[in-house]
Design a protein around this ligand. Structure first.
Ligand code: NI
Length: 174
């Protein structure tokens, strides 16, 4: 396993639509292990492969509480098959948009089809935090960030802030 650097907004790679995984071999499982290690170290509760610059449709999630044993979940080629009419509000954050949190409204429940680490097709019905987390991570593999769900004013404000910070970092390195 290896800790991998997380790419942050405004990195344009975060806007890529990730490619479907066709082959389930050791390299894809090694990628999942790297993603889990990187997510735990951050720390975070969810990570999409594109956040470590790998544009493939892989998501990892672990919602175990701090003192509970880890409960890693891997979703390959996840797809929302159904979402509820009723909505839920959660304060979301993202490892690619550090130190920014905002409330997002999403469907409260979803059914997600995916493949597991061995390529076996599975389905999961989720509510609560897992439903939100799955939707947030599936957005990532489609090039969508949680700030895209905010009002235009809020979205433009946070994007400007991160663009400015990136320019500052570049000029310091120059
Ligand atoms: Ni995120």
């Amino acid at each position: 396993m290896a800790l991998r650097p997380i790419i942050c907004m405004p990195d344009p790679r975060l806007r890529l639509v990730s490619k479907k995984v066709e082959v389930f071999d050791d390299s894809i499982r090694a990628l999942m292990d790297d993603m889990l290690e990187t997510m735990y170290a951050a720390p975070g509760i969810g990570l999409a492969a594109i956040q470590i610059a790998e544009p493939v449709r892989v998501v990892v999630i672990d919602l175990a509480k701090k003192d509970d044993p880890p409960a890693p979940m891997c979703f390959v080629n996840p797809e929302i098959l159904w979402s509820s009419e009723d909505k839920a509000d959660y304060e979301e954050g993202c490892l690619s948009i550090p130190d920014y949190y905002e409330t997002v409204e999403r469907p409260a429940r979803v059914k997600v089809g995916y493949q597991d680490r061995n390529g076996v097709h599975q389905e999961i019905e989720a509510d609560g935090l897992l439903a939100t987390c799955l939707q947030h991570e599936i957005d990532h593999i489609n090039g969508v960030l949680f700030v895209d769900h905010l009002s235009r004013l809020k979205r433009e404000r946070v994007m400007k802030k991160f663009q400015k910070a990136a320019r500052l970092r570049e000029s310091e390195q120059a």
